[in-house]
Design a protein. Structure first.
Length: 611
């Protein structure tokens, strides 16, 4: 980095701000109490704080006077570190949002001032090999993060891990009978076909893996592999569009740390996580106008879940509009053929969606008509009718405080890029996101913590790819330096925002599990030892927290199903009691004729039904 002999006075405010945020971070890191506590500053000497602040500012100003770029870069770096720490400790999306604004502003002005400073004559140019290595490294860490989160949740007996238990039993039964049935899905606890609740033939593709390793952790690993493998089609899409290696890394990194992908995937298992890689593979081949592989991945996407049809309809509509422009400008028959293919696929997806919802809403399982939470026996016509005649209801559903924060946490990591010149037809792709995640009444569809938002990642990342591609092309036409600086700043802000929102959830996903293991390690080990004593072929009713550990058996029920089983396992831990389970006490089952088999105070109780 070249030394600047002329002092830039703009270094002073940057040094002062950097020194202030650095001082705040130092005190937060070394203070024994959390900054969320009202007496955080009680034992802090304001005089010492000022001294640390002045020393920090002087050091930054000192090296900034020699290398101005370092001073300008220091502010966004320090703000990001402080923001990550604050978001993690507070577990607050509001804190993440505030620091997103602070860091975004710092990045914008820093990049603007850095561009005016002379740089080193030797510039490191990111090559294709470097790109693959960096993306692979980020993907590896994302893979470890998701797997670690899933394993920690499994061994801390989190109630939210019930869903993993349900899918474990479902695949266990599928591997033996070939039929999608479970005793955990119906409210009554009766054996029920999964096709009565969701249309997911894709699950059959997971059976071979579960047959080899029949364990809930297998599902955790499959889910992690599916999400992190999404960077492969994304990388190929970027390469096909000739996006530079640096921007390719930014886009792939954003995908891998996107809250709607990594946070939802690091929770309980859901087949919806597989929509992300399948949609991106479909997009890759659709951009290349290859009909056969596009058709294969379209069918695979549709097979995951009935909701996937909504995404497929609008992606096909986008490619219809995109190819229509090509048809006018070329005599090549490939665009015409793909236009026909897109039209047929969109129509097929629409018919498939209507049939799926009609079949599901005709069932007798109290279906939540995804995603609108209508009563059973509703039809798709009822949903459309309500949207048309009840705009106030739609607006009320879309603009609650929780929905607004969800929208921000969903959009913000890609919003800086989307603010740039966007692709002409890309707004069409936002419609399914609005329909499935924003105007819904179900909380699961409007929370980053659930996999129902993961397909939105494919939409937002692809729109970002289109935007970067458009703006990168603009750089060669008009004012390349400002255009490049703006695009680079937007890409960096996207990554920082994604990291900040991720940090707000990491304490919830991993930090709390680590704390539970540290505090209740012996208790958890005792629970595992007790559960291992239950015969594999026994029928069991259990608290939701224990379902995943007992799932690989044909007869496993929730306590609320009130089924008569050979064993009843009750969670006695005070900090995990679920309100719906509070009535199912030891006394309750003793009155039903069960006797105590194993009892660990404030831990676990096993009741057995005498023969």
């Amino acid at each position: 980095m070249q030394q600047n002999k002329n002092f830039n006075v703009k270094i002073i405010p940057f040094s002062v701000l950097s020194g202030y945020f650095l001082s705040a971070f130092i005190y937060m890191a070394v203070n024994q109490s959390s900054f969320l506590e009202t007496d955080f500053s009680k034992n802090i000497s304001i005089g010492v704080f000022i001294i640390i602040f002045l020393v920090s500012s002087a050091i930054i100003l000192g090296y900034g006077s020699i290398y101005p770029r370092l001073a300008f870069i220091s502010l966004p770096v320090i703000c990001t570190i402080l923001g990550l720490y604050s978001s993690y400790v507070s577990e607050s999306m509001y804190v993440a949002l505030a620091y997103s604004v602070i860091c975004g502003t710092a990045i914008y002005f820093s990049s603007k001032l850095c561009a005016k400073e002379p740089s080193s004559k030797k510039k490191f140019v990111l090559g294709s090999n470097h790109t693959v290595i960096i993306i692979s490294a980020i993907a590896f860490f994302a893979l470890i993060y998701i797997i670690a989160s899933g394993i920690l949740r499994y061994f801390t007996f989190g109630s939210a891990d019930y869903n993993t238990g349900f899918y474990s039993q479902l695949l266990y039964i599928m591997s033996r009978t070939g039929i999608q049935t479970s005793t955990l899905e119906a409210a009554s606890g009766n054996l029920l076909s999964h096709f009565a609740v969701h249309i997911s033939p894709f699950l059959y593709l997971l059976v071979p893996f579960f047959t080899v390793a029949p364990h809930p952790i297998t599902l955790v690993c499959l889910q992690a592999a599916a999400v992190t493998s999404s960077v492969i089609p994304l990388y190929l899409i970027c390469r096909s569009r000739k996006i530079t290696p640096a921007y390719t890394v930014c886009l792939c990194a954003t995908l891998l740390i996107f809250p709607a992908s990594i946070i939802s995937a690091s929770g309980t298992f859901s087949e919806l996580t597989f929509v992300l890689p399948l949609l991106l593979w479909f997009i890759l081949f659709a951009e290349k106008r290859k009909i056969l592989p596009s058709a294969v991945f379209a069918l695979l996407t549709l097979s995951v879940h009935e909701n996937a049809a909504i995404y497929m309809i609008f992606f096909c509509l986008y490619f219809m509009l995109d190819t229509k422009k090509e048809i006018k400008n070329t005599e090549n028959v490939a665009p015409k053929r793909f236009f026909v293919f897109s039209s047929v696929t969109a129509l097929f997806s629409l018919i498939y969606l209507i049939v799926c919802i009609s079949v599901l809403s005709a069932g007798n399982v109290g279906l939540d008509l995804t995603p609108y939470n209508y009563a059973s026996h509703s039809s798709i016509a009822d949903v459309v009718k309500n949207i048309i005649v009840n705009p106030s209801g739609v607006i009320q559903s879309a603009f609650t405080s929780n929905k607004l924060m969800f929208i921000l946490s969903l959009l913000l990591p890609s919003l800086p890029v989307l603010f740039l010149k966007s692709h002409k037809h890309s707004s069409v792709l936002l419609i399914p996101l609005f329909v499935l995640n924003i105007i819904t009444q179900g909380t699961g569809n409007s929370s980053i913590l659930f996999a129902s938002s993961i397909a939105a990642t494919a939409v937002l990342i692809y729109i970002s790819v289109l935007t970067v591609s458009e703006n990168q092309a603009e750089q060669t036409v008009t004012s390349p330096n400002p255009a490049r600086r703006l695009l680079s700043s937007a890409a960096l802000v996207s990554i920082v925002c994604a990291l900040l929102f991720n940090s707000a959830y990491t304490q919830y996903r991993i930090g709390n599990s680590v704390n539970i293991i540290a505090e209740y390690g012996e208790q958890n080990k005792a629970i595992i030892d007790v559960i291992e004593q239950i015969p594999d072929n026994a029928s069991v009713s259990a608290s939701d927290n224990f379902i995943s550990h007992l799932a690989c058996r044909p007869h496993i029920y929730r306590l609320e199903n009130e089924k008569e089983t050979g064993y009843v396992i009750i969670d006695l831990r005070d900090y995990t009691r679920i309100t719906a389970e509070e009535k199912y006490t030891i006394e309750y089952y003793e009155n039903l004729g069960y006797r105590s088999y194993i009892y660990e105070e404030n831990c676990i109780a096993v009741m057995v039904k005498p023969s």
